[in-house]
Design a protein around this ligand. Structure first.
Ligand code: GMT
Length: 374
């Protein structure tokens, strides 16, 4: 300590990219030399940070290569960087392709002195990695990493059960949040922020696993009885379906599609309830960010979500597709101010337990462990 660390991640708005770049910023603040490797500058790394260097993976086009060979280009970038920046740890976020790129970089070098840590985030092992066309290569990425970290106990269980990785190679390190930046706003200010008094917020990448249409169905039920508005943040394949639903059902005036937002703080600070009706969620970083702003959550109690949200304490958990149940819980929070204040305070207290100051040192311990093993 301090270490020279390469962080390999997606640059987009997804949770794994957010965790990787927030980790890079925190590690740099704690004195490590951090090299972020990706195909584009990550959204949350646009601001200058001393001790962070960004390396864009160059993609070489050649007529014979019908599809871009990103995995290989990333491997070559790491291999070069290991040599000139003398990286000690390469930390891959999301098993594919990053775990494989790190492994290829290692076997390409005569004297590969660096350790590989791979953080598994969710669909890399619950969905993509279990597809027969990816399973063997995902397992290779897991087995060739010196250590794996999983964002919840639930996800660690999947890695052990489905990929048969020995438990001693898997560490659970939860997602984290910067509670000093994502702070609650006073209630009176929140009420002025939106046209309606009460505002429900959902943040996601609009993929089928997020069940965005359930967000709208819940909202529709709630709105038929209690005046409120819905703010949707993010973008992805199901956005068009969501927009169509709003037009068909006459909801458009009350639903605000904000698209991708670099700073989720202001809309979260204006929210009364955060809604997360996912099919599966290994952790639920978006919900944690809402809780940090003092926003109670109504969610499905799937995957790692109960490790973050205690049913009846910081919000309510329901079965997947339980539209009526979720609508009833949202309504309770919108109409019972005492309950809302109690759950809002509990949400903030819970988020403080996942503050970056509590969680980032757990990654440093992991780096210590892999470095002493080498
Ligand atoms: O699986 C995804 O949705 C992709 C992944 C990502 O890279 O955006 O999200 C996952 O990682 C987040 C950060 O660790 C977790 O908070 C999310 O729960 C998780 N998403 C799912 O498991 C669906």
């Amino acid at each position: 300590m301090p270490y020279r660390i390469g962080i390999l991640c997606f640059p987009t708005y997804g949770g794994s990219g957010v965790v990787a770049t927030e980790l890079a910023r925190s590690l740099a603040e704690r004195g490590h030399e951090v090299h972020v490797i990706s195909y584009a500058q990550p959204v949350r790394l646009q601001r200058y940070s001393p001790h962070i260097v960004f390396h864009e993976v160059p993609v070489f086009e050649y007529p014979l290569f019908e599809s871009p060979l990103y995995t290989i280009h990333a491997a070559a970038t790491i291999a070069n960087l290991v040599q000139y920046a003398d990286l000690q740890v390469v930390h891959a976020h999301y098993a594919l392709p990053h775990g494989i790129s790190a492994f290829l970089a290692r076997v390409s070098l005569d004297d590969p002195r660096f350790a590989i840590v791979t953080t598994l985030h969710g669909t890399d092992v619950t969905f993509v990695g279990q597809h027969p066309s990816f399973f063997p290569i995902t397992r290779l990425a897991l087995l060739q990493s010196d250590r794996l970290s999983c964002v919840s106990r639930f996800l660690a269980g999947v890695v052990q059960d489905r990929f048969h990785v020995p438990s001693e190679r898997v560490t659970v390190i939860p997602n984290f949040v910067d509670t000093a930046t994502l702070v609650p706003k006073p209630l009176a200010e929140r009420r002025r922020q939106w046209r309606a008094d009460k505002c429900i917020v959902h943040v996601s990448n609009f993929r089928p696993v997020k069940r965005v249409l359930d967000v709208l169905r819940v909202f529709e039920r709630v709105r038929s009885r209690t005046p409120c508005e819905l703010v949707l943040i993010g973008d992805g394949p199901d956005r068009i379906l969501a927009e169509q639903y709003c037009m068909e059902r006459g909801l458009y005036r009350y639903v605000h599609f904000l698209g991708k937002q670099e700073d989720v703080g202001p809309p979260l600070q204006g929210a009364s309830v955060f809604l997360l009706p996912s099919e599966l969620e290994s952790f639920g970083l978006a919900a944690l960010e809402a809780m940090s702003c003092g926003v109670p959550v109504v969610a499905t109690g799937v995957g790692g979500v109960p490790e973050v949200i205690e049913d009846g304490v910081q919000g309510f958990l329901h079965a997947v597709g339980d539209i009526e149940g979720m609508a009833a819980s949202v309504e309770r929070l919108l109409t019972d101010e005492d309950l809302w204040v109690q759950m809002s305070e509990a949400a903030r207290r819970r988020a403080l337990q996942f503050d970056r100051s509590q969680v980032v040192p757990q990654y440093e311990v992991l780096y210590d462990q892999v470095m002493t093993q080498r």
